[in-house]
Design a protein around this ligand. Sequence first.
Ligand code: IMP
Length: 430
Amino acid sequence: MPTTIIIGTQWGDEGKGRIVDYYAAQSDIIARYNGGDNAGHTVKAQGLSLALHLVPSGILYPDKICLIGAGTVVNPLALLEEMQTLREKGINVSAEHLKLAAGAHLILPTHRALDGAAETHRGHEALGTTNRGIGPVHADKAARIGLRAGQMRDPGAFAEAVGALVELHNAQLHSVYGKAPLDPAQVVAQMHAAAELLAPHLVDGTALIGEALERGQRVLCEGAQGTLLDLNLGTYPFVTSSSPISGGAMVGLGIGPREVERVVGVAKAYTTRVGAGPFPTELTDATGEQMRQIGREYGTTTGRPRRCGWVDTVILRYAAQVNGLTDIALTKLDVLSGLPTLRIAVAYDIHGERHTRFPAEWGAAALEAATPIYEELPGWEEDITHVRRRTDLPANARAYTARVEELIGVPLTFISVGPEREAMIVAQQP
Ligand code: IMP
């Protein structure tokens, strides 16, 4: 069973990039299976700090295949820009190394315009999207009128299809939202040029992965966003439009569940969220601000300040269930150093009843009504960024991580204690 899936257990931004980076060293193919350039994965290594959006976090290993899978949604202009930035940093993004699945759906500038118009239209009920066209492109996909990357193989026919979709989007922009249309000729020309540049990268992603698995190679599936942003299982409607959960790797890459050996859930040692929607353990006080400052909790994609709060094991147990987690990677433990007391949410009080299971299907209202029930543990003062063995952590940090582990019921395989690639405790060899 040569497949490992890395997923986010919270609302995204858990630090998946560095865990993917760790596993990438032992993998042959690193494949993104969901999301688009709404994602932002930061990898710090080889003296570089890379902010990746579409390109898999394995790109730093020149001998691996990086696949942008069929379950992703790709803005060709954003992908070309990201490739150019990587090239300027000396990273190989050639067609042999970076592949784009023919089944991935394409984001046009008009999808972005529709995203922005829909958000403005929602007024104070806006979702706080990243404005990258994610909702509209998935809507077209579900309506079966979307454009797929494979169409770029024939740039002429592709440009024609782009023109037709832009006309439809322009009609929506005008009649539904009263917005100005985009110039179809300009969009067509941009997409035609992008198609010529991206065509050499196109591949049948499912076939690529199938052949690799048959050869006994190892596939690493990189999830974007997090469990609670899942379209089906997240905090709907404050979710993204794809499936960040481990099941998303099955539908997004064409892998069967029996191929999967490990599902590693990345969890921040506290909780963050960007965008609107309920967040039971949110801290709007000085402690939340301290987490934001020390943890540099600002969006990689939009620069927005992230909302911060205590770790929530109701959420993490839910993530363990819906993803079938085999391991947890607890990130940013160092950010909690210096806090006198730490709180761990163990259950919710909802209308006077104790709930230990996350009430996802009851929607935002149930979660808005949830008051976290906390356990309090003493904090630690020590700098832990140099610690590489779990037994060398200060006693209070050991107690905190042990309690979180016990409450989730899944082993903590990794604990990150600083942003550098090396600043990680590998608690148990994978
Ligand atoms: P969309 O994916 O741009 O439609 O945004 C929907 C929701 O998902 C918003 O709350 C975004 O802030 C959130 N979101 C999307 N991508 C990410 C991510 O990579 N990290 C954290 N939140 C995200």
